[in-house]
Design a protein around this ligand. Structure first.
Ligand code: ARG
Length: 436
């Protein structure tokens, strides 16, 4: 029995014999402020209210007549009629020992398990994962672990950004350079350089911008050579992501990128037009709802291109249709809140039967309270952050454990560095921005 249940059992027995009119509780909760104790009961206040008695007197009687379990501190009467309780370390360790006997560690299984998709991490191909992605990766992993522990069928999905407009510019520069091999050791840096170059050219020269658009259109139309280049970019990026996930101990059931939904997009737009959820406006297809925002939700541009949101609609439908999801949880940065409000509202009007949640998190800020950037002004790369966590852990270990041989020290430093990073990342309130 948990510490709380042990105490609850005693307090409610006392309540039942002295104040049967108060009902069945529960009467014990955790103390909001641990300085006051581990647990607290408000039973005396409720009893006083119902019988017209004095809450503090009832509290002293409860404290005297109803001792806590063995190895607890004597209870203390507090405030207007609370009783506070604290377990001694012996009681805590024996409760932990009991818990270990139970395969589910005292966590009861859900009576009505659901099929829950957790869409998390979801970085973009040909770009390095940055510190923002760590929060999505770790929060998503934690949620998925907790929900499976409760007995739900959890499907962890990495919704890779492999179909965005970045490929037009990337292909432009990559092909202009003669389609050189991509070195697996520095693949992402190389791809980012090509992208930057393509971006600069396209932004300064309208004819290059036109070419970048044509590259993207050719890729999306299935041109074999561009398709091959794109596959190489995806493969090299996947290797980079895999190494990060390995270090973090995170895995997925399904890595399904945005490109996988490409063929469904035209049909979805037609369906939404037909059911009058969407409408044509200045050649584009939009969904309006002024209670969300003045600007409508764009699902097809006037040039025929589809958007991030259109793909999300297709993914949502496929998760219900093919994976039988009852619930989908999306874990992203708070800056995507509006996007998800639109997505969820559209899904509802489109009659998609599924519970939807956006679990968003604040931004990691630098000491200047601006989004954390590295010295050259780009977002800090996740691989650098992991390296730094390990370096710091190994410095501490070198001091504290000079006896350890080098390879053991490295192993422990990796474990300690990554674990501390995970802990520190999940410690602050999820929706707060936090300063690193
Ligand atoms: N690729 C996006 C990003 O890096 C996140 C995708 C989140 N998932 C989704 N279904 N929209 O910001």
């Amino acid at each position: 029995m948990s510490l709380r249940s042990q105490l609850e059992y005693r307090v409610s027995a006392w309540a039942a014999s002295h104040y049967p009119q108060v009902g069945i509780g529960p009467w014990v909760r955790s103390c909001a402020d641990p300085r006051h104790g581990h647990f607290q009961t408000h039973l005396p206040m409720v009893a006083a209210k119902q019988t017209g008695g004095n809450a503090r007197e009832i509290a002293s009687r409860l404290a005297q007549e109803c001792p806590p379990p063995e190895h607890w501190e004597p209870p203390e009467v507090a405030g207007g009629g609370f009783v506070n309780y604290r377990a001694k370390p012996e009681a805590v360790s024996s409760a932990l020992r009991d818990l270990r006997q139970d395969a589910s560690l005292g966590v009861p299984k859900e009576n009505h398990p659901e099929t829950i998709v957790v869409d998390f991490s979801s970085p973009n191909i040909a770009k390095s994962m940055h510190v923002g992605h760590i929060r999505s990766t770790l929060l998503g992993d934690t949620l998925a672990r907790m929900l499976s522990r409760l007995g739900h069928r959890v499907i962890r999905i990495n919704h890779l950004g492999d179909w965005g407009t970045q490929f037009g510019k990337l292909l432009l520069a990559y092909r202009a350079a003669g389609r050189p091999p991509i070195d697996p050791k520095r693949a992402i840096d190389q791809l980012e350089e090509f992208y930057k170059q393509g971006h600069l050219e396209a932004e300064s020269d309208p004819s290059k911008m036109e070419q970048a658009r044509a590259e993207l259109a050719a890729l999306q139309a299935g041109d074999p050579e561009r398709r091959k280049d794109w596959e190489l970019f995806c493969q090299r990026s996947a290797d980079h992501f895999r190494e990060i996930y390995r270090q973090l101990g995170v895995s997925f059931d399904l890595e399904k990128g945005e490109s996988a939904y490409h063929e469904e997009l035209p049909g979805i737009v037609e369906e939404l037009l037909k059911s009058k959820v969407a409408e044509v406006s200045q050649g584009a297809v939009v969904i309006s709802n002024p209670t969300i925002s003045e600007e409508p939700f764009l699902i097809r541009k006037s040039d025929g291109a589809f958007l991030y949101g259109t793909t999300d609609l297709a993914a949502l439908r496929s998760r219900i249709r093919d994976l039988h999801a009852n619930r989908i949880i999306y874990v992203t940065d708070g800056r995507q809140q509006l996007h998800f409000r639109w997505l969820f509202d559209t899904a509802r009007r489109w009659n998609q039967k599924v519970a939807l949640e956006h679990v968003w998190f604040g931004t990691i800020l630098g000491p200047d309270r601006k989004p954390l950037k590295s010295r050259d002004g780009t977002p800090i790369k996740l691989s650098e952050l992991l390296r730094e966590a390990k370096d710091r852990a190994s410095k501490i270990l070198e001091q504290k454990r000079p006896d350890l041989p080098k390879d053991q020290l490295n192993q422990k430093a990796e474990l300690l560095g990554i674990a501390s990073l995970k802990y520190a990342d999940q410690l602050p309130g999820r929706n707060l921005d936090y300063v690193s």
